[in-house]
Design a protein around this ligand. Structure first.
Ligand SMILES: [Zn+2]
Length: 228
């Protein structure tokens, strides 16, 4: 499950911060209006996330269905251009699929993941991979990762069905393929492995050996196909 926090507007690696644009705006009033306006004109689109057109309902993973999370639970960005993506973070919701979708739609929740995987293998995307989801409880890990929630409880191994493992593994393999993320346990991690995390998911019953084997199989399959 996600953790609150980690908001902020600045994007490293873009060469310009929101703050410097605002300062540019203040200079306008001081008299160098034309110059500042010109600088603003050239600068505003360089802010993370501003330049790429978004299509409502669009998904990054062909097998996913779209349900939008509340904009309060993520931050607009322009990954991987402003932040590189090199991690997939595995979560368990501590609740049903429906309850996870509902809280991610709740602006008061303050957290959400990019994807939620149901026990029957259904995948819902709630936040674009372009954007920073508040799921890891660690700002830099939020900025560099894609978060996947799994329906169920950490103390109920029966919740982690074959359909769920398979669907999640295909999703993770597709994400790794998209961003060139190595398929290993250094880059595909549990929420519990995020530095500073106070969450224990996915817990001791999450079968990492089984999961990584499925991800590797799906990743080698992805190499031969162009799908998703
Ligand atoms: Zn979690």
């Amino acid at each position: 499950m996600g953790t609150k926090g980690t908001t902020g507007a600045k994007g490293p690696g873009t060469g310009i911060s929101r703050r410097s644009v605002l300062i540019g705006g203040a200079v306008t009033a001081a008299g160098t209006a034309a110059l500042a306006r010109d600088r603003l004109k050239r600068a505003w689109w360089r802010l993370p996330g501003v330049e790429k057109p978004r299509t409502p309902g669009q998904v990054d993973y062909a097998r996913a269905e779209w349900t939008a999370a509340s904009p309060s639970n993520w931050r607009r960005a322009d990954r991987p251009d402003d932040y590189g993506i090199d991690r997939v973070v595995i979560h368990v919701t501590q609740g049903s699929f429906q309850s996870a979708v509902k809280v991610f739609q709740d602006p008061g929740h303050g957290a959400a993941a990019h994807y939620v995987v149901r026990k029957d293998g259904h995948v819902t995307q709630m936040i674009r991979e372009l954007d920073v989801a508040f799921h890891a409880g660690n700002r830099s890990y939020n900025e560099r990762s894609v978060g996947i929630e799994h329906e169920g409880f950490v103390d109920r191994p029966q919740d982690f069905t074959a359909a769920m493992y398979g669907a999640s593994a295909r999703l993770t393999a597709a994400i790794c393929g998209r961003y060139g993320i190595p398929v290993d346990r250094k880059h595909i991690i549990g929420h519990v492995e995020v530095p500073g995390a106070d969450h224990t998911d996915p817990g001791k019953h999450w079968d990492w050996d089984r999961y990584m084997k499925l991800v590797r199989a799906a990743a080698s399959g992805t190499g031969r196909k162009t799908a998703s």
